[in-house]
Design a protein around this ligand. Sequence first.
Ligand code: ADE
Length: 230
Amino acid sequence: YQIIGIIGAMNEEIELLLKHTEIDHTTEKAGMTFYQGNLQGQAVIFAKSGVGKVNAAVCTQVLIGLGAECVLFTGVAGALDPRLEIGDIVISSSCMQHDMDVTPLGFARGVIPYQDISDFAADPDLVELAQELSRRLFDGRSFTGKILSGDQFIASRETVKELYEQLGGIATEMEGAALAQVCWLNAIPYVVIRSMSDKADGSAHVNFAEFTGKASNHSYQIIEAMVARL
Ligand code: ADE
């Protein structure tokens, strides 16, 4: 890729990108700052989207408009799969919106009506590279599966069970599926990398506050190693 696009939603998630990238210039668009520069000898463009699906969608479209040929997301998520521990890595095989709900009209939960795809597959080559690097960097504490996104911070055992059992998600966050959908609309490859800050349960708010820094750091390590190889 000539230019790799990278998005994080919060300060913690882009902090290490800001620290390690040689920034050439910045562009202001849609109230967001897009940083263009060099990371690991590779041209990158990255931004902080802000939290939630609308921010992520707008950020992704602008990033593609500015020349990003693939899009990587780096950040934290709540674990749904009981095998996951805080700090573990999740690589998206696909992303879906768990809060898309048109069930009264007969559509399954998560399905976007009248659209071919609602569960957006990540690029297989980006997934494979992320898997190889996270195996090496995190010694097996890395899982690949469906990431569920919604404009909700999940903090209950019941909801975790529902999202895991009914929708098959292994982690939940608030941006991935929006980014994935915009990439699908533009035929641009993507992958979401997340490290677990919490288990989306009754302790999620406390764990999130404590572990977002550490988890963001884990996710960044994968992104940096990927960029060096792309
Ligand atoms: N990001 C990190 N933890 C989360 C949670 N529990 N719910 C939604 N987004 C998250």
